[in-house]
Write a protein that binds this ligand. Structure first.
Ligand SMILES: CC(=O)SCCNC(=O)CCNC(=O)[C@H](O)C(C)(C)COP(=O)(O)OP(=O)(O)OC[C@H]1O[C@@H](n2cnc3c(N)ncnc32)[C@H](O)[C@@H]1OP(=O)(O)O
Ligand SMILES: O=C([O-])CC(=O)C(=O)O
Length: 380
């Protein structure tokens, strides 16, 4: 047994996976061999889910029946929606509300235990289908509006935007959102996926894994960074300072820049490249270049400062927020939207790992005293 200590499990291999490969040196991401650029531009989120869960890209017929099975599971029990409203009234943060409601969904699922890959995928299908309904209902409740029933004829992306606003989205918004879902669907053993896998490795149900995944994703070092980036951009805008000066001051004050740095990528994240292109398209068509100008100026400055040379480059969270903001989506929904996509990856990894399951249980090097004399409470 090795006594080498790897803090943060950096570089530690814990399993084999056929799902996604993050090539940190080349800045390349593939899902089951397919380049993320090609999938983002050519495949829908439903196709990507099918690929991750079933091993190959679907034919048209396979996609139609898969999409229909997902759409058929979108309805959420009224008691869960009632709780969602209570959470919105209590001003709960959207990620925390999503975590609570996802956990509650299991009470309305008759098949709680999962005993095979097929059952994991079936339960995962129900959760993946219901998460957008919960999230949209939460946002509607915050706006004092009733939830909008899901529309089974709309795509996963289109239906979410519809449930959020009550209006069918235009093609550009639907395609942009669908692309964002594809980009966020999976990413090797990131912290939230590993969390879901650890939970799955005890043979707990999928609700537990997804609930844990949402909790892990919410933090500012992980998915929470997309909201932090947007807050930073608004802070710059409201300060009326030059973005480069703002970043210089932030760096002088020892602040980390959210949306920069990654445990695996040593170069710019390929998803950030794609989202930057999308932001450019959206800015060109709206004529508002504010976020594009700020983000590109910050990136150029940090490159000049030598951060990129040190391997601290823009990650997916640096450009995603500006894209969502350009679509009129509230800032604190960015991380829940990340979760709504990543649930597909969590389910895929749990299903894959459980096929040849081994309980995940690492060790800590004990540094406390070996022997301490116990003193009863009243004598301390
Ligand atoms: C979807 C995602 O989860 S993508 C990541 C989203 N998170 C963020 O964007 C938050 C900002 N980034 C970070 O905090 C980090 O880069 C992490 C947590 C993502 C990865 O961190 P780690 O692999 O643990 O690297 P670590 O924290 O040890 O940083 C290594 C060095 O880079 C520096 N660094 C890392 N990120 C940043 C940053 N955003 N801004 C400035 N410096 C940074 C650290 O200060 C450290 O420098 P040092 O060696 O001189 O002390
Ligand atoms: O891989 C990681 O550590 C974080 C990340 O980019 C993701 O989860 O998408």
């Amino acid at each position: 047994m090795s006594d080498e200590l790897k803090r943060g499990l950096e570089g530690v291999l814990v399993t084999e996976s056929e799902l996604s490969h993050v090539d940190g040196e080349a800045g390349r991401l593939v899902y089951r061999g397919y380049d993320i650029e090609e999938l983002a531009r050519g495949a829908s989120y439903e196709e990507v889910l099918y690929l991750l869960w079933h091993g190959s890209l679907p034919t048209r017929d396979e996609l139609d029946s898969f999409s229909a099975s997902l759409a058929a599971e979108r309805d959420v029990d009224s008691e869960v929606l009632e709780t969602v409203r209570t959470l919105a009234d209590a001003d709960e943060r959207p990620m925390a509300a999503l975590r609570t409601a996802t956990s509650m969904l299991s009470a309305y699922d008759d098949d709680e235990a999962v005993e095979s890959r097929g059952e994991t995928i079936e339960q995962g299908t129900r959760i993946t289908a219901k998460v957008p309904t919960v999230l949209a209902a939460f946002e509607r409740a915050r706006q004092g509006e009733a939830p909008v029933d899901p529309d089974p004829d709309l795509s996963h992306a289109g239906n979410f935007l519809y449930m959020l606003t009550g209006v069918e989205p235009d093609t550009v918004s639907e395609e942009t959102f669908d692309m964002a879902l594809t980009l966020h669907a999976d990413h090797g053993l990131n912290a939230s996926t590993f969390t879901a896998m650890v939970i799955g490795s005890t043979m707990a149900d999928v609700y537990s894994g997804v609930t844990g995944g949402i909790g892990a994703l919410s933090g500012s070092l992980h998915g929470g960074a997309n909201q932090d980036v947007m807050e930073l951009l608004y802070e710059i805008d409201e300060s009326s300072k030059d973005p480069v000066q703002w970043v210089k001051d932030a760096r002088d004050a020892g602040r980390r820049i959210p949306g920069f740095g990654h445990r695996v990528y040593e170069v710019k994240d390929p998803r950030a490249r794609i989202l930057e292109d999308k932001l450019r398209d959206l800015s060109d068509s709206s004529g508002d270049r504010t976020w594009l100008d700020y983000t590109t100026a910050i990136e150029a400055h940090l490159t000049e400062e030598g951060l990129l040379e040190k391997g601290i480059a823009p990650n997916v969270d640096f450009y995603s927020g500006s894209v969502y903001d350009s679509m009129g989506i509230p800032m604190d929904l960015f991380t829940p939207i990340f979760a709504m996509s990543r649930v597909g990856g969590w389910v895929a990894h749990v299903a894959e790992y459980q096929e040849d399951n081994r309980l995940i249980r690492p060790r800590a090097r004990y540094t406390g005293p070996e022997s301490a004399e116990f003193v009863p409470i009243d004598e301390r």
